[in-house]
Ligand binder design. Structure first.
Ligand SMILES: [Zn+2]
Length: 306
């Protein structure tokens, strides 16, 4: 239940039932799509219904998740800000000093660039001393690293060899969870696991298409699918169609990434496609290979011989 003040601003969210309530810890971010909560443990990004006074981007907060309801997607409502873990506490020498390997393991990372990490620690105002193979903190490292983990800009990487080889391009790579999009190959982690076969290449003859949803891949669809001679327009599944409606007329097909699109958007896009008689395709997978398979089947294309 949302309690609002006289301006209609939600100041408190109370769950109606206990099973209903999901409380999570995450970092608040603000970008072109508005405010969102990034929950590292669940690798989930939840929009906020509106900005909440008293909260700023970068705040680590506990929040409740209001489940999807009618036309509204699941949203996060921040409840309280968690204090920055900077208060020095007493600790024995062994509790303060953490080896590089320990730090990497505690943060759940596949690799760790120490210069990047120390630079990031300074940004977080965490005092430390860098040693040859360890970092000495002014407070016990165990709770400190646990508190820092949700703030660290980690990048999910799948198990494909090619991706693991390229992960050093990111300072804080971590294993992608099943169903999560790998930041390097842009495929769903589980889907990429069994086969190491090189992906097929197609020639779509410069066709222009619109992809709706699949926000974890987002604008990267454009670059990834350009290799197949596709001209990609992408819009988030969680905004209204808005100005994009005019651009729909000159696309050869619209691909909807299933489960990544709000009901409102789905209704708008279905109506727009019906009016313009543009084929509407549905991709059950978010990764580029899923989208590619959907398009190849529709246009009856065979992979290029290499
Ligand atoms: Zn990958």
């Amino acid at each position: 239940m949302l309690e609002r003040d006289e301006n209609g601003t939600v100041f408190q969210a109370r769950p109606l039932e206990d099973e209903w309530k999901r409380e999570v810890i995450g970092v608040l971010r603000s970008d072109d799509f508005g405010w969102s909560l990034h929950v590292e443990e669940r690798s989930e990004i939840l929009p906020l219904p509106h900005p909440f006074p008293g909260f700023a981007a970068g705040d680590v907060v506990s929040a409740v998740i209001l489940p999807e309801f009618a036309d509204r997607k699941a949203v996060a409502v921040p409840v309280r800000r968690l204090p920055a873990p900077s208060a020095p506490a007493a600790g024995t020498a062994s509790e303060l000093k953490a080896g590089f390997v320990t730090i990497q393991r505690r943060l759940g990372l596949l690799g760790l660039e120490i210069p990047e990490f120390t630079r990031w620690l300074k940004q977080q105002d965490i005092p430390f001393v860098l040693e040859s193979d360890a970092i000495r903190f002014e407070q016990p490292y165990s709770p400190l690293l646990a508190a820092l983990r949700p703030r660290l800009p980690m990048v999910p990487v799948c198990e494909r060899e090619a991706c693991r080889e390229r992960m050093s391009a990111f300072p804080f790579p971590r294993p992608a969870q099943p169903d999560e999009i790998c930041r390097i190959c842009r495929e769903e982690a589980a889907a990429a696991k069994p086969a190491e076969v090189p992906p097929a290449t197609y020639d779509f003859g410069g066709r222009r298409i619109l992809i709706v949803g699949g926000d974890a891949v987002g604008v990267a669809y454009r670059e990834m699918l350009a290799h197949h001679n596709l001209d990609v327009e992408w819009i988030s599944g969680f905004v209204g169609l808005g100005g994009a409606r005019q651009g729909i007329g000159n696309v050869a097909a619209i691909v909807i990434i299933l489960k990544q699109v709000s009901h409102t958007m789905l209704r708008e896009i279905t109506a727009a496609a019906r009016d313009t008689k543009i084929p509407l395709l549905y991709s059950p997978r978010r990764g580029t290979s899923g989208v590619l398979a959907t398009l190849a089947a529709h246009f009856r294309l065979q992979p290029r011989q290499t």
